[in-house]
Design a protein around this ligand. Sequence first.
Ligand SMILES: [Zn+2]
Length: 460
Amino acid sequence: MYRRATMALGVLLACTLSAQADGQQSRPAPAAATLMSGEVSLTYLGNAGWEITDGGKVILVDPFLTQFARWRPSGPAPEIGPNDFYPADTALINAHVQRADYIVITHGHSDHALDAGYISRRTGAVIIGHETAANLARAYDVPDSSLITVIGGEDYEFGDFSLRVIPGIHSALDKKHYYNNTRGLVGTAPRGLRAPLRRKDYVEGGSLAYLLRIGGHEVLIMGSMNYIEREMEGLRPDIALVGSNSQRLEIRDFTGRLLRALGGPALVIPTHADAYGNPNPSAADLADRERFRQEVAAASPASRFIRPNWFEPIVVPARSSVAPSAGPRASGRQAVDPPGIAPLVPAYSVAIRSGDRVFVSGMTGIKPGTQDIVDGGVPAQTRQTLENIRTALLAGGATMADVDECTVFLTDMADYAAMNSVYIEFFPVDPPARATLAVTALPRPAARVEIKCSARIRGS
Ligand SMILES: [Zn+2]
């Protein structure tokens, strides 16, 4: 079955519930129930926390609802000191987490691993993380049957989804003195810890990123403002959750190197950049968020950028029927069979996907599902022709914004202006290179316009 929706057609915000600073408001009905095949929903839980689902399995990432406990209308509660006990806020968790099948942990710091043990005990969710994440969970009596310990480099199949574990490195805190700051943030949590734990028990234990493949999508998950470039190189997520607070500025060309290594993901969503739940972020924080957006726009102009709101599901439509630049198919050649558009004769394919290129044959203004040219003369024919091209591109994994060049054939050059007036609507910004020719005849006698084009899938 073809799903023609792509990122280019928009990302639907399924729900508009605003998070309250005190986090006491209950969750809306899960978006999962209304997801169509191929859609995934990503709901921001604060800090680096996410709920990701395709309507089947529910996967949490670094859940840290407890961060919202600090922010009260009367002002922030004092920060938890390193030697203070740091309990998970079970009321907040209960209000926002109804169900979880898996919990993926990027590293052991309290703002990533604090809530996982309680959630696992309450929901039965399996925790996936390194040894430190496992030992922190064991302190909450999470049984070993609910712990999958990884070290980085695994690529595990779970049936409904698969998960590649990506070796990573932590943000360069304290102006790069992260490993010698005397704050006790590094190291491995030992076995034998018992809850309640102190904040200092939540040591990093190493940092991991993940590539979650679910519902036909590939979601890059980051939990810090750092990465190993060669580990990201060649991954092709269509959705990237990029750790993006100002700690990224310690890293050379953080955003550019990352997005180039990933091939320009279709959708970039900042994570770990919500000022730890502060409902009134500082002007500097707000300026830095905007700066990151600009970095993404500069490094990967075709990427869509969505700033997440707490507890608002972002529903991403199905990826096109041919996965852009994914796997061995990317280097092969494949005939594209778009819905409702058949060639006039079997001597050609409507479109060909070759690697990251899509070549669309000369298209005319046929009504989809027929071989009849639409009524309405050159303007209507031009519009239908370009709609048909859009359909063919989508079926091949490309969008109109990916088109590099077109050739327009007219049976009468007097129609040049009429064709252009419609054509420009489809290419409002930086239109493709183009040649326009007048020809004595076209294969379909009623056609007065024919357009062919080729595209390179963005980010590939
Ligand atoms: Zn950390």
